[in-house]
Design a protein. Structure first.
Length: 357
């Protein structure tokens, strides 16, 4: 009965949120049009989002792990109630715009997201972020972002005796510089820092990550836009400093590249349809020297992500996005038995609603 009650309550919340996105009284809308300031004078904004998605492999388990889960031969290894799930992401972001140094435009925004997993409550989590941007000149800006993830369930891990939940908190800081190289070409470069802290049973997994990323966006025409991202990072784990060969060292070096394209259709101009697709390749090389760790010693991962989406406008300035995503991991290890426990495929499909005030 409690599960039924939670589902009913969630259905009510979703109905209210969708209504909030799609419904505005006609009179209020007319008054809003009369009172609304020009965009150049507007100082307060509110961005809202609702994502409803389905993922067939929420933990990114390998086929071997999924077979064990389905067979029930290692029940202690799994705390999830299902390998797949319905995920709802509710986000809100108030923003303030004003003049700051030398009368230049500046932004300050706060973002909050809550991720609700319908069946696996152990995976539910929230995230908060603060973002500040200042324009030094037209098309030239500095951006500083901080985000905090209080607790995130990774998966059950073996502590030497039993399988128990491994969770972590994460601090993320980004410092970015961007500019318009030409009227049709934008670029930015950013430094990124992450600090992951696991629960005490798995403190050897604590990570300090430093990275850089270069982004470029080319507006080829009014209808076509291309983008390319390249980044690299190095992660140092607490276990690397422990000479004990049985203590895991999850340190790694990684680089990734993303290519994407968006097409703005000329047809059905009222709903402004778009089609977009992107491809990401990420290479991870584990750095451990502890040769008894068969899962990481000499390991290199090839990760692929394919994304396709379409977007269009609804009534009351609501933007809808339909997205499909495929994620794959292919691990480079000699031992095929270990490799089969690491490779995975994950498919997800999402419906996203956006409304800005």
């Amino acid at each position: 009965m409690p599960d039924i009650g939670r589902k009913v309550n969630m259905a009510i919340v979703l109905a209210l949120v969708v209504s909030f996105f799609l419904w505005t009284p006609a009179e209020a809308k007319k008054k809003k049009r009369k009172r609304r300031k020009p965009k150049s004078e507007q100082i307060f904004y509110l961005d809202t989002g609702l994502d409803i998605g389905y993922d067939d492999n929420i933990i990114n388990y390998s086929d071997g792990d999924l077979d064990l889960y389905g067979g029930g031969t290692k029940p202690g290894k799994y705390d999830i109630k299902s390998a797949d799930d319905l995920i709802v992401n509710i986000g809100v972001s108030p923003r303030v715009k004003g003049k700051f140094i030398k009368g230049k435009t500046a932004w300050l925004s706060l973002r909050y997201n809550y991720f609700f997993y319908a069946q696996n409550d152990i995976r539910r989590f929230s995230k908060i972020a603060l973002d500040a941007r200042h324009y030094a000149a037209k098309g030239v800006y500095f951006d500083l972002e901080y985000s905090y993830l209080p607790e995130y369930y990774y998966r059950n891990e073996f502590d030497g005796v039993n399988y128990i939940p491994a969770t972590f908190s994460k601090h993320f800081i980004k410092a970015e510089y961007g500019m318009n190289l030409r009227s049709d070409l934008k670029a930015d470069v950013s430094y990124r820092y992450q600090k992951k802290t696991f629960n005490p049973e798995f403190s050897e997994r604590d990570l300090t990550v430093h990275g850089m990323r270069l982004d470029g966006i080319w507006t080829a025409s009014k209808r076509v836009k291309f983008w390319a991202f390249y980044g690299f990072e190095g992660a140092s784990a607490s276990g690397a400093d422990d000479p004990d060969l049985t203590v895991k060292d999850v340190s790694y070096n990684a680089w990734d590249m993303t290519l994407g394209c968006r097409y703005y259709s000329r047809r059905l101009r009222k709903i402004k349809p778009e089609i977009a697709g992107s491809f990401q390749y990420r290479r991870i090389s584990y750095q451990t020297l502890k040769y008894i760790d068969l899962y990481r010693f000499g390991r290199g991962d090839n990760n692929f992500q394919y994304t396709v989406e379409t977007a269009f406008s609804l009534r009351y300035k609501v933007r809808m996005v339909l997205e499909y995503k495929l994620q794959q991991k292919r691990t480079g290890l000699v031992d095929p038995a270990v490799k089969s426990l690491l490779d995975y495929n994950s498919n997800s499909i999402s419906l996203k609603l956006r409304r800005n005030f």
